[in-house]
Write a protein that binds this ligand. Structure first.
Ligand code: SAH
Ligand code: SF4
Ligand code: F3S
Length: 470
């Protein structure tokens, strides 16, 4: 079957030029302002950069103050209840802004909006929201906004089955960072972990063509980006759907061959698809950071099975063992869920013992949150919230000690650090090691955006202090 690249067509671009004119008239020649707020993961951050790219082409500048904006957009996350509550709270607060500034256009997009019950609630209870669109509709954003403004009506657009096969290429992008960039290599997720809403709101897995990824990557390196993170819900299944004839390890090797002074990272890796081939490519790479984010979720085999994760504790530890063997300086990070339905204290303790065995640099820990429509949401969940909260504290305390120990081990080493910014309060420069650990040191602001060798002199909790090597 012929390759369907789905480039951004002239017809899809046309409303951008029209909106530019409309906004100029509306603002009587003054620059229109947009406020874009992003919730959730890097995937959403990358999507927001595309939407901001389109807004910039429509003539918008950007503001951090919603009260000043002519267009307000929240790009939302559905992964946990807390994330959703925050969005509803903040959307509610926009009502006041609308009252004082009735011409402001209020828009919501992202993962939450792909859920029927959320779209319905926004429709019924938040009448001041003008535009709502889902994760599959980003390329249609100019047309949707155009309709919303020219027809003066509310526009709601959510994904359809056929959208699941689309891969949008060539959308304009306005990147937030000067040295760090996100590069999406695959969209969607087919794993259906029993607790997770992502496959329902992001659709089926689909990988970009390796040529398209390579072209964007080369452009980023040429533009001077130094820390490029390849993104996907499960980058390790890159190239399977549609069959790209290239797996993730091979893609990574190809990108690593691009000449230049930069670092590559990737996230997220699913352990069930993480191969020795990938770890070997990391170990042998010229530019690949020795940092692996490999979420294990639980250290207990029964829970892992209930979560539908398709690996067990032994398989996870085998991978870690091999990864440390080929990269002795590897920095490991992970995601963990505490209090999955039916988890007992003994089963939770297997998670604590796993983190002690592995020694993660840092951990993203979450208390299980039921998501409507997922399998786990229907499972009996007898452990009270206060009990889960105690387990959560126990896990965090254990990890704090591990992180402090790991950081202390770095004292005396020399690290290659990408200098990111000067702290306005302390005047110190701040950067990150290949392992993604923060390092503070004295130096000139002109070093921002360069790699420097830094001798680590002290560690406090999970932040390192050092001195520039002369
Ligand atoms: N695709 C990535 C993670 C996406 S969501 C992966 O598979 O690793 C990021 C993290 O949120 C997950 O790793 C998990 O730890 C957490 N998470 C997802 N759904 C959750 C839920 N219902 N309750 C609590 N945490 C959840
Ligand atoms: Fe969710 Fe699992 Fe997919 Fe990650 S791999 S996005 S946790 S379903
Ligand atoms: Fe949230 Fe969507 Fe990412 S649900 S975690 S923003 S893929």
């Amino acid at each position: 079957m012929a390759e369907q690249l789905d480039t951004f067509t002239a017809a899809e671009r046309q409303p951008i030029a029209q909106l530019r004119e409309i906004m100029q008239v509306r603002k009587r020649g003054e620059e229109p302002l947009a406020f874009v707020h992003t919730y959730g993961c890097q995937q959403n951050v990358a999507d927001s950069e595309k939407i901001k790219g389109m807004l910039a082409q429509m003539g918008f500048s950007f503001t951090e103050t919603p009260e000043d904006a002519d267009f307000i957009l929240f790009n939302t996350c559905a992964v946990r209840e807390h994330a959703e509550d925050r969005v509803f709270g903040n959307v509610g607060a926009l009502k006041n802004i609308k009252r004082h500034h009735p011409s402001v256009i209020i828009a919501l997009c992202g993962c939450m909006m792909e859920q029927e019950h959320v779209a319905q609630r926004i429709h019924d209870s938040y009448p001041f929201v003008n535009l709502l669109f889902g994760t599959h509709q980003i390329r249609n954003f100019p047309q949707l906004l155009f309709t919303c403004i020219t027809d003066s009506r509310r526009v709601f657009a959510r994904g359809g089955e056929e959208q699941d096969r689309k891969i949008s290429e060539d959308l304009p992008t306005r990147r937030d960072g000067k040295f760090k960039a996100w590069l999406t290599v695959m969209y969607g997720c087919d794993n259906f972990c029993s607790y997770c809403i992502v496959p329902y709101v992001r659709g089926r897995e689909r990988s970009r063509a390796p040529e398209a990824v390579l072209a964007e990557f080369e452009e980023l390196v040429q533009q001077g980006y130094k820390d490029i993170t390849l993104l996907g819900q499960n980058v390790n299944s890159y190239g399977k759907k549609p069959d790209r004839g290239t797996n993730f390890a091979q893609l990574l090797r190809r990108l690593d061959e691009v000449p230049g002074d930069y670092r590559i990272r990737f996230m997220t890796s699913h352990p069930k698809d993480c191969t020795h081939e990938l770890l070997d490519v990391m170990a042998g790479g010229k530019h690949i950071a020795h940092h692996l984010h490999l979420p294990f979720q639980s250290g207990n085999d029964r829970i892992l099975k209930e979560m539908n994760r398709h690996y067990d504790r032994a398989a996870y530890l085998e991978l870690i063992h091999y990864a440390k063997h080929v990269m002795p300086d590897l920095s490991l990070t992970s995601d963990v869920i505490v209090g999955f339905p039916g988890e007992t204290y003994e089963e939770f303790r297997d998670t604590v013992s796993l983190i002690e065995e592995v020694g993660f640099t840092s951990l993203f820990t979450f208390i299980y949150s039921p998501r409507e429509g997922t399998r786990a949401a229907k499972m009996p969940d007898p452990v009270p919230a206060e009990e889960k909260s105690r387990w959560f504290q126990e896990l965090c305390a254990a990890q704090e000690q591990i992180a402090a120990k790991r950081c202390a081990c770095a004292v005396g080493t020399v690290q290659r650090v990408l200098v990111e910014e000067q702290n306005p309060k302390t005047g110190l420069l701040t950067g990150r090691t290949g392992g993604n650990i923060i390092v503070d040191f004295s130096g000139d602001a002109s070093l921002c955006g360069t790699f420097q060798m830094v001798q680590i002199t002290a560690a406090r909790n999970w932040i390192l202090t050092g001195e520039l090597c002369g």
